[in-house]
Design a protein around this ligand. Structure first.
Ligand code: FNR
Length: 385
């Protein structure tokens, strides 16, 4: 299949993956209204076209959270990545290292912190969920630090897993899930051989390292359902800020009041995110939430954002709305599923090429120059004109 745009990888992933895995990646909560709106509202962000601005060739390098990045993009945390490609977390982290951008390893990854740290190189971030078992959280912080990870992405928008109806339809969860998954794997032999067989062990490395038990896909869904903790609040988490000596980024904020709490908490950064529309169906898109949050706390911590980013143009839009950098989710996972590390590298090149066009046409030379001034129409709405 010819790949000419980032979203061609979605179709390629669709062909390669058993249905339950493709739908797990591709789906969102409830009616998928928020998930779809993330993409749509980015398309509704208009950029001012400037001409004869003598920009030359823009550079995409930038400084974020004290590090030099090749592009204002990080690869975000995505659970079960090693189910979509053979030892998928290591492959994705290698592609990120190649492009000099950070890779974020999910709590619920197939490859463990140690396997990724040893196998990939580059800058890796560790993502942690708020989990009932505090022993697990401490163990995870310690292992991440010992493996050389210095940035913690602490995801706070999953006190309870969202209602993902597609998962029951597809066989990811629900009746006869394991049998349905086996049958789907059989009808996707190249995935079954490459990942199902050669990609073993398909356990959840970080959880296994703590509990000592192998985890199947069924156990994974059970773990997601049983281990999240809706009872905790900001003060219960202060110990993490006190114990973690590296940078701490809170992921999953959409509200200005919560962003102010994050500043009081002592976060170094926040990720404005609705988890790609996988949690609260009905929540606003990140493109809609971002400008007010940037106005409120943009001078006090580093703002990153994700959800719905499908092209380099979308990255420029997010920066214009107030983010310093973005995280990719589905966009790079489709590529990884379709063609492993090489496809993720190619995807990042497609993003970079797209950013160069958007920045040249906007009259800016580097990501740090992109601002609200590059917005058209919407900027007038925000400033009340
Ligand atoms: C996620 N996301 C996620 N976030 C997180 O903090 N920890 C995790 O383990 C996961 N797992 C996960 C699995 C899958 C299959 C997806 C698609 C997403 C959310 C992810 O980091 C990011 O916020 C969204 O993917 C961004 O939305 P888009 O760009 O994918 O639409």
């Amino acid at each position: 299949m010819i790949i000419s745009s980032p979203m061609d990888y979605r179709e390629a992933a669709h062909r390669r993956l058993p249905g339950f895995l493709f739908d797990y990646i591709d789906g969102g909560a409830g009616t998928e209204g928020t998930m779809n709106n993330n993409v749509r509202s980015l398309q509704d962000v208009f950029l001012r076209q400037r001409v004869l601005a003598s920009v030359g060739v823009p550079s995409l390098e930038c400084e974020i959270l004290g590090s030099r990045w090749g592009l204002p993009i990080a690869l975000g945390p995505v659970g079960a990545t090693g189910m979509y490609a053979r030892r998928g977390e290591v492959q994705a982290a290698r592609a990120a290292a190649e492009k000099k951008i950070p890779y974020t390893l999910s709590t619920v990854s197939v490859c463990s912190i140690e396997e990724v740290a040893k196998g990939a190189g580059g800058e890796q971030w560790s993502q942690l969920y708020v989990i009932k078992d505090r022993g697990y959280m401490r163990n995870s912080l310690e292992r991440a630090w010992n493996a050389g990870m210095r940035t913690l992405v602490f995801t706070v928008d999953m006190p309870i897993p969202g209602s993902r109806y597609r998962d029951r339809h597809s066989g990811m969860s629900g009746p006869w899930a394991t049998m349905r998954q086996y049958l789907q794997a059989l009808s996707h032999p190249s995935w079954a051989l490459d990942v199902g067989l050669m990609g073993r062990p398909l356990s959840f490395g970080n959880i296994e390292a703590y509990t000592g038990h192998r985890m199947s896909m069924d156990d994974y869904m059970g773990f997601l359902g049983a281990n999240f903790d809706p009872s905790i609040g900001w003060s219960d988490l202060q110990w993490i800020r006190d114990e973690w000596k590296g940078q701490l980024i809170l992921k999953g904020l959409l509200d200005v009041e919560d962003a102010r709490e994050a500043v009081r908490f002592g976060a170094d950064g926040i990720i404005v995110s609705n988890h790609g529309g996988r949690q609260l169906d009905g929540a606003i898109s990140t493109a809609m939430a971002l400008p007010a949050i940037a106005d409120a706390v943009g001078d006090e911590l580093t703002i990153l954002s994700d959800s719905g980013i499908r092209s380099g143009l979308d990255v420029v839009r997010m920066l214009a709305l107030g983010a310093k950098g973005v995280l990719l989710g589905r966009a790079y996972i489709y590529a990884l599923a379709a063609g492993g590390q090489a496809a993720v590298s190619n995807l990042l090149e497609l993003f970079a090429a797209d950013m160069v066009v958007a920045m040249t046409m906007s009259g800016v030379k580097s990501p740090s120059e992109i601002s609200r001034a590059n917005l058209d129409l919407i900027e007038r709405e925000f400033s009340g004109e």
